[in-house]
Ligand binder design. Sequence first.
Ligand SMILES: [Zn+2]
Length: 135
Amino acid sequence: MEAQKNPDWDKIKKEKRMVTIECDACKKHFAVEDIVPETETVDVKGNTIIADFWRCPGCGKLYVIMLKDRRMRIKLQQQQDLLYKVQRKYKDGANAPESLLKQVRKIKLEIDDLEFNLKNTYLEIVTAQLQKGAE
Ligand SMILES: [Zn+2]
């Protein structure tokens, strides 16, 4: 009997793929390949925040992709370990049991939640600091 491919795995993989990005400021579209991601560490009131960001190749506007505090870095590591485990044991996740995919989805939601809170708390101040540093 042929094992059934779990369709959720394709969905999870697709979520990570982006095609083009539009700049709000200059309205130009850019392929993800044309964007050079940068990473800088910013200290905000004693919290070490690692910011992944990119600058619009057209006008230079700064966009923060992700902010990572210590908690977020631990979560991302857990997610990476889990995805590695799924891929190693179940050939790219196609045959992974539902219970394991549930864990993958749960950790994704936790990361989304942390991301939302981090952006709420730090986005403005971190963006301002990064822009100041570029001048
Ligand atoms: Zn732009």
